[in-house]
Design a protein around this ligand. Sequence first.
Ligand code: ADP
Length: 184
Amino acid sequence: MNDIQMGQTHIVLLQGDITVQHVDAIVNAANSSLLGGGGVDGAIHRAGGSAILEECQQIRNRQGGCPTGEAVITTAGRLPAKHVIHTVGPVWNGGSNHEQQLLAQCYSHSLQLADEHQLTSIAFPNISTGIYHFPKKEAATIALNTVKEYIEQHPATSLKQIMFVCYDADNLSLYQQQLQAMNV
Ligand code: ADP
């Protein structure tokens, strides 16, 4: 199962590269410095060009980076998306350091920011499941449950489409299983 309707919002799963998605915002799994890094962060800055980093630097000057679980929005530079929402996932450190709540906050704060900007479509990567080593299955459950709760709690959300862009086949399969199990 690769898609589902939740209220007014279409949830779509796909495997691919988030930098080529034509959506109002792609979400970046950033780090708290906002200065770029490896993984999806590196791919977004490489493909989007220096305008993204310049805006990240302005945000740093204003508020000194971005805490874990929070989100900020910038231009998407040369990318086909209109904006990048940078959120900072938790580093997995055994699971007893609020990793689950912090990961859920990455999704809910990104959705909130998208709503504040009246965006209609957003694409998420599998936040924290790369360099930050969050267990993939648990991360998929948190991602989909948080989106479901958000839509239930915000029936008037501007978001008509929420995509999960899975980079690896493992994650796609975990998201498919989780979507099926949700029985929406
Ligand atoms: P984190 O530090 O939050 O773990 P990573 O960038 O290392 O961030 O990994 C997050 C997820 O993004 C991983 O599942 C990784 O496979 C995936 N990823 C890496 N490059 C891309 C890309 N171009 N598009 C979508 N997802 C990507």
